[in-house]
Design a protein around this ligand. Sequence first.
Ligand SMILES: Nc1ncnc2c1ncn2[C@@H]1O[C@H](COP(=O)(O)O)[C@@H](OP(=O)(O)O)[C@H]1O
Ligand SMILES: [Mg+2]
Length: 262
Amino acid sequence: MLLRVRAAQGYHDPAALRAAGDRAAHDLLRAELARCRPGDAVLSEEDADSRRRGGADRLTADRVWIVDPLDGTREFSEEGRSDWAVHVALWARYAPTPHGLVAGAVALPAQHRVLATDVPPAYPPAPARPGAPIRVAASRSRPPVFLTDLAEDVGAQLVPMGSAGAKIAAVVTGEVDAYIHAGGQYEWDSAAPVAVATATGLHASRIDGSALTYNEADPRLPDLLVCRRDLAAPLLAALRRQLSGTAASAEHAAPAATEESR
Ligand SMILES: Nc1ncnc2c1ncn2[C@@H]1O[C@H](COP(=O)(O)O)[C@@H](OP(=O)(O)O)[C@H]1O
Ligand SMILES: [Mg+2]
């Protein structure tokens, strides 16, 4: 559907294309979830009620779908770019993992693939050139300000890319070794990709090493590290060095997203 929206609308009015894509994907997912799983709650970027801090039925529900109908909205509106995604994750109250995610799928329509937990992708192959720089995916538009220093510290090469889902998919497929974000994000930006990454056996945590948790009253989840297991300890140590002495807060963050910057 999103590929059809792009084809029908063209790229002359990016804001209108972004709005049309968000709306079409949200409406489709909301209708299908209501039809197939009428008893479950939904937390969606495009549903203001579900996003409300503390107020929604999702806080008492046993099963909550965490949905980002269009992640990488900016890239979706740029002709030729394929780094945008659709995220659908299922959170369950009695799940055995701290993150609570029991299923997830990340669709990359312009890359013609879907990564999902029902048949988790294989763990990525070891880097072809031993000793080559670690490749770290980061936001194209809002990379954490400490990332350049961190890259220098660990000898990493930064790979700018849009969409949290597309970046985590790049870690899953071995195109990059890690994804680091800080400074702002929401549960729907990472839930489905983190479900796939952990089902694949990759490391996923906050940048201080603590667990990612979902379906919290406040859906803000501002930072994360997803990487190959062997890189978790060195990258968390490098993150500690960057963040030591100050909180991982606005000082280290890119400016928060505004409607215009999305
Ligand atoms: N500082 C910030 N504050 C809030 N959201 C942010 C953010 N930085 C990135 N995001 C969100 O995280 C997703 C991936 O961002 P990026 O492409 O820059 O890596 C985007 O989701 P959406 O496209 O669904 O809005 C973007 O809005
Ligand atoms: Mg998003």
